[in-house]
Design a protein around this ligand. Sequence first.
Ligand SMILES: Nc1ncnc2c1ncn2[C@@H]1O[C@H](COP(=O)(O)OP(=O)(O)OP(=O)(O)O)[C@@H](O)[C@H]1O
Ligand SMILES: [Mg+2]
Length: 297
Amino acid sequence: MSSEATATPGAATDHVDELDVAPEVAAAAAPDREIAVEVGDNIVEVKNLTVKFGGLVALDDVSFTIKRGEILGLIGPNGAGKTTCFNAMTGVYKPTSGDVLLEGKSIKGRKQHSITRLGLARTFQNIRLFGEMTALENVVVGLDARHRTSVVGALLRLPRHIREEKTAIDRGMALLEFVGIASHAGVLARHLPYGFQRRLEIARALATDPKVLCLDEPAAGFNPAEKEELMALIRTIRADGYTVLLIEHDMKLVMGVTDRIVVLEFGRKLADDTPTVIRNDPRVIAAYLGEPEDDVA
Ligand SMILES: Nc1ncnc2c1ncn2[C@@H]1O[C@H](COP(=O)(O)OP(=O)(O)OP(=O)(O)O)[C@@H](O)[C@H]1O
Ligand SMILES: [Mg+2]
């Protein structure tokens, strides 16, 4: 199945009217999953989030919400605090102050795996895969968190374990197919072409059955055609009932795929609005013109 086949045309609306449910990944990866139908309520609330590294305030009292079913862009110049925000949201860093609520539940004091179980999954700016495992195994690891079989049962290969293993492999394959790399299921992750590694990271995050998928520069290092394909995949993921938080440097791409954009600069929130408004915001333009590196397209 090609990702473009189910991409939502013209997904970059200024607001989310309704969720175009195409439960493909959901059905494959999590048959029991309840697809979100209440679109527009706040699924994530980032409240006064502050992260300090010694004297450096990497994130300074940042608040924003993510609405259910939307693709929210998180942009800003290098060092603005985007990855730090992801890290604080997903339990990699403990916030200095502030909180993040997922469906009203605080992530405070929770470890990474517990936040993943709450429904917040992420990919990394610097790809983190199990290089010595195959693509399929990398995805099955994510699905494994859902298994109910005990370790003893697994060792003895009791019938339920064998059944779950088969289901996990089927679901893993379906996810690989969804992200377009099923043909490489048996290839070691470190031998995969770079673009396939990026897609595998997304499949692995989806395997944890998230409600919100946070993507940290998933198209970094891609050529324009590859970027377009990836954005089509992200639209399909959203159409499948997921909420997406997307960090991406390429302004043209971000404007084309997101419903709303939060702009960070020097750890502070500079703007929070629709792509059209953000594009014409003089403060945003100034922030980007101030960029020393020319990686803003
Ligand atoms: N673990 C850390 N220890 C100390 N400083 C850090 C750490 N992580 C990030 N920083 C600093 O926090 C600031 C924000 O970094 P962050 O990685 O969040 O930026 P970013 O917006 O993701 O940038 P980029 O677009 O380059 O990925 C930077 O000044 C960075 O050097
Ligand atoms: Mg970053």
